[in-house]
Write a protein that binds this ligand. Structure first.
Ligand code: CAO
Length: 538
């Protein structure tokens, strides 16, 4: 079997054009016309099709290489027969070409507004080329050079631009129509002097547009001459994709406008289309409904397009937290209720106890007081001390009060659990929280120390803020209290405003298990206990 080479065909004289995609690998079997590499100038991309069929035995270019006409791209072993076809470079835009803009240009165009026929210019002799997109609608104002329609052969796509500025009066084509040179696209009411096109009555004169795809005019740019060049990889609307990708998207019924391109300059690749479709198919197969309530995949974004970036792997803890957050977000109908607790007296008491706390080596922050008050609220309002059973039909009521404390560590968020809070004193709680927080920061917590929580407290009080909406730790808990920074506020006592130290509290709960009324009672009780710690004795 003969080994044959596939070379860069005539690319309109462009030199040193960059290889941005290699669409085949050694061992692949290519048919004539299959896209093998994609080249890109600073203005357009073009797919280079195989001009012979066979098995790829060597790839002679690398991504980033700069190539010109006749550069060897691949070696293929002709399949089945040694009598390979003689090598002829298939022009890139073999099929069609032009975004040939002012193809209908008439130097003697009228200066006044007039209706002109929009027609398909010279498209390299291609006949019956399919309309795959209509980029305008009746009534649209277009500038000269704006894309009107996109045609596609099996090898290339091309935009047909307006050759004059004006308003679309009518369209004579629809998606799927097969057009050739001279086919009428519709009527355009030109906006006056800008028109360079022939008036309706005069049959459009079509000039030959260059076949090569190498130096295309950018989409928005008005053509500078009567023979504007081709964009092989059409950039229609926001979609920047080659014919093969467009074909795949069409076959799969994918709206390309919804897919993010990961290729150079946001170009859509086949893999982007597949990545978009995969989760939809998987979800559909798992029985999920997409009648408007499905979860669409997040688009893939190439951030390097916007500036310098660095990609750092998440720590294991951060990854686990991310998964837990998504699980909670998607499974828990979460409501957050806000209130302020008056901690003026609590703070006075805490300050009075500071010396004693220091003597016994304890650090008494507001947190142990809050933990103790939450434990009392869980006993008083047991609707919060539950889990939703996995059978989806039962509620697990807990007869113990274990409270998790969110601890910020260099590796991420950890939630050690303080057990039997209702049975412990303030100093004991303060010490235990400090020991667990240190273990968390040192990475020494055991799994058992992070399990069994009935409720979580997330304190951002040392950092600031006046409220947030914490996420419920599902499935084990149904409530979480966010604590923000206390601050002095004027509070009306019935006669006058007095300064009070107010602590903002945010109570999130799982509305499957807890009703608003339960939450209202829980919060009211909690606020009253924090406001007057003597209530703990009742
Ligand atoms: N308002 C005003 N000041 C507060 C306060 C509040 N709500 N809460 C704490 N403070 C003060 C403390 O009194 C302390 O001041 P002093 O040293 O003058 O007494 C200072 O802030 C620092 O407190 P701390 O952070 O050392 O101790 P803590 O008991 O308040 O919190 C811990 C302990 C482990 C919860 C905390 O260190 C922590 O990691 N918090 C972050 C939790 C987190 O990331 N939550 C988010 C989870 S959801 O993403």
């Amino acid at each position: 079997m003969a080994i044959q080479t596939i070379k860069v065909p005539d690319i309109g004289g462009a030199e040193g054009v960059e290889v941005i995609e290699i669409s085949v690998k050694v061992g692949d079997v290519v048919a004539e016309g299959d896209s093998i590499v994609v080249l890109e100038t600073d203005k357009a991309s073009m797919e280079i099709p195989a001009d012979k069929a066979g098995k790829v035995v060597a790839i002679k270019v690398n991504l980033g290489d700069k190539v010109s006409q006749d550069a060897v791209l691949l070696e293929v072993e002709a399949e089945g027969s040694a009598a390979a076809a003689p090598q002829t470079a298939a022009p890139v835009a073999a099929a069609p070409a032009p975004v040939a803009a002012a193809a209908t240009a008439s130097p003697a165009a009228p200066a006044a507004a007039a209706e002109i026929q929009m027609v398909v210019p010279d498209i390299g002799g291609a006949e019956g080329v399919e309309v795959i997109e209509i980029s305008v609608k009746v009534g649209d104002e277009v500038a000269a050079g704006d894309s009107l329609i996109v045609l596609e052969t099996d090898k290339a796509s091309m935009e047909i631009p307006a050759d004059a500025a004006g308003k679309i009066v009518s369209l004579a084509v629809k998606v799927g129509d097969k057009l050739s040179q001279g086919s009428v696209i519709g009527l355009l009411a030109t906006s006056g002097g800008a028109a360079v096109a022939a008036p309706v009555a005069a049959p459009a004169k079509v000039e030959a547009a260059p076949v090569a795809a190498a130096a295309p005019a950018p989409k928005a740019e008005a053509p500078k001459s009567a023979s504007a060049p081709v964009t092989d990889v059409a950039q229609t609307g926001d979609v920047y994709a080659g014919p093969a990708v467009r074909k795949l998207a069409r076959q799969l019924g994918v709206d390309m406008g919804k897919v993010s391109g990961t290729g150079p300059r946001g170009r859509l690749l086949k893999d982007d289309v597949r990545a978009y479709v995969k989760p939809i198919v998987q979800a559909a197969q798992s029985g999920a409904s997409f009648g408007g309530s499905g979860i669409p995949a997040l688009p893939v974004v190439d951030y390097s397009k916007f500036g310098e970036i660095e990609i750092v792997k998440m720590s294991k803890i951060k990854k686990l937290t991310a998964d837990a957050m998504v699980r909670s977000w998607l499974n828990v109908p979460r409501i957050t209720q806000f209130d302020d607790a008056d901690i003026t007296d609590l703070e006075a008491f805490r300050n009075s106890m500071k010396a004693e706390a220091e003597k016994r080596g304890s650090k008494l922050t507001p947190l142990p007081f809050i933990v103790k008050a939450v434990a009392a609220a869980l006993v008083a309002e047991p609707s919060f001390n539950v889990s939703v059973h996995q059978d989806g039909e039962s509620i697990v009521h807990k007869k113990f009060v274990h409270i998790g404390i969110a601890v910020d560590t260099p590796n991420g968020l950890l939630v050690p659990v303080v057990r039997n809070v209702d049975k412990k004193g303030l100093f004991e709680l303060a010490d235990e929280i400090n020991v667990l927080a240190k273990k968390a920061r040192d990475g020494k917590l055991t799994p058992a120390e992070m399990q069994g929580g009935c409720f979580t407290i997330s304190s951002l009080g040392a950092m600031g803020g006046n409220g947030f909406t914490p996420m419920v730790s599902a499935p084990t808990e149904v409530g979480i209290l966010g604590v923000s920074r206390a601050q002095m506020k004027p509070v009306w006592n019935g006669k006058e405003f007095i300064p009070r130290n107010m602590l903002p509290l945010s109570l999130s709960y799982d509305h499957r298990a807890v009703n608003g009324a339960d939450a209202g009672r829980f919060m009211t009780y909690l606020v009253s206990v924090i406001g007057d710690l003597r209530r703990l004795l009742l």
